[in-house]
Design a protein around this ligand. Sequence first.
Ligand code: AOF
Ligand code: ZN
Length: 343
Amino acid sequence: MSTVSAHEVAAMRRALDLARRGPHHGPNPRVGCVLLGADGETIGEGWHRGAGTPHAEVAALADAAQRRTSTRGSTAVVTLEPCDHTGRTGPCTAALLAAGVARVVVAVTDPNPLAAGGAERLRNQGVQVVTDVLADEGRALLGAWLPAVERDRPFVTLKIAASLDGRVAASDGSSRWITGEMARRHAHELRGQVGAIVVGTGTALRDDPSLSARTASGELSAHQPLRVVVGHREVPAGARLRGPGGDLVQVRSHDPADVLAALVEREVRHVLVEGGPTLATAFLRAGLVDEVHAYVAPVLLGAGPTAIGDLGIAGIADALRLVPTSVQPLGPDVLVVAVPTPV
Ligand code: AOF
Ligand code: ZN
């Protein structure tokens, strides 16, 4: 097994930082690349700016060319295995070979069957390839993209905003606002990071939400997730869902698997299920929730619909116990992020 130099590990940390500049709501992963010369000096840097733009390796090679530095015999340190396919752009393997790169250091092997195989191709062409360098950091950077591509369906985050007694509305149906300003702002940030937001027609008709992502000052964020309404009833012409924001799509089925299939077609990697209780319950019953974001407000309602309906759990031994990954105060409210127990 080939060892990795301190220069290369430092370059991988830099590549991870560069990758973070890319968007994490699109179909493509965030990827960074650093090119090192013979003495371990940086001769080029690049990151992927989103689907349809050059991949990180190609961006780094272009950077080296602009610096008028030769890449012959250089080392490419890249957070994801170089792709070996022609998708929206050409294969990075070919670009690295043409540039005379002699060694490639990779954090995460590409799980995308269409693009994978780059390490093997490069090795066959005489390039040294080392994988799994800072792999945990590399996987964390990829976030929802990695499980989405591995499972061929979007990663599902279920968002709940409820009172302390688990209710999402009062008995007269009024629900604005249970959680406070900070929690709502936080939820808007999350909207800006996902590919799609899903609600049932019940919520769409009753709450008339816009489902747009907005900044703290109330302006529309640069990225607007796809807005998806699930169910058969029509969204009226004057609904806020038909106003400014992402594209609106209606899925005329209540089966969560159909909803996700429609999103796979649109290359959505991360979806936020925002309610209401019927839809949330259907996703949980189908085992299609990967993460729960529960915003809990110190409010008691005593009556009114609860965040989740009947899950078919009769005894406490069968309770769906989640594992919290973070607990965060947001003004008067608390955000609990939790994931189902891995089976
Ligand atoms: C890389 N470097 O910077 C990225 C890679 O449709 P395309 O052509 O943009 O290809 C997208 C796939 O290529 C993506 O799903 C992933 O497997 C790989 N992305 N690969 O070597 C990059 N963004
Ligand atoms: Zn590529």
